[in-house]
Design a protein. Sequence first.
Length: 202
Amino acid sequence: MAAETHWHKRWQDENTPWNLERPHPLIEELWDKAQLWLELSAAGSAWVPGCGHGYDADWWQQKGFAVTATDLVPEAITAAKKTHPQSAVNWQVDDALSTKLAPASFDLIYDRAMMLALPLELRRQFLATANQLLRPGGVFLSLAFTKVAMTDQEGPPFAMAAPALVALMPEGWNFVFGEERDDGAVGGAIEREMLGIWQKEP
């Protein structure tokens, strides 16, 4: 598979500029917004696809979620386990486009960059997987790129304008909150990100 080869080579070459060596700077605010708008509690199960070195996944686990974190690339899962040796996260090698995870397994899905690491034609496939895995009433939280310093021909990462991002979401997902921010952007090619909150209908 071309995508698998691409990401495998990136990890082999240690070309992983998305690794911040800390949780994303907007993750706490995203969770605060979700709690404010939806009165959520940190209880339940969470999926973190494309987890990389696992800093965000471990952050959710420390908040009290039972976290399953997946990545297509075995080197990523090896790195995550090495980086967080005491973590209770369930680390798994898994393809988010053809997952082995059971349907309706999760109360929360957190997407930091998985969806917009994919070309446009695969984003709906990823969201179909997310819809399959998210329980009724579950929440999808996203930190999505809405402006990057490169073209789609040069990506990933790719950007998607906020209205297009909202329109892409599966039927039956209610848009709860969205806010574009550049003060918390992680730098490099990423210039603007959107905090997004959706809730699947019960």
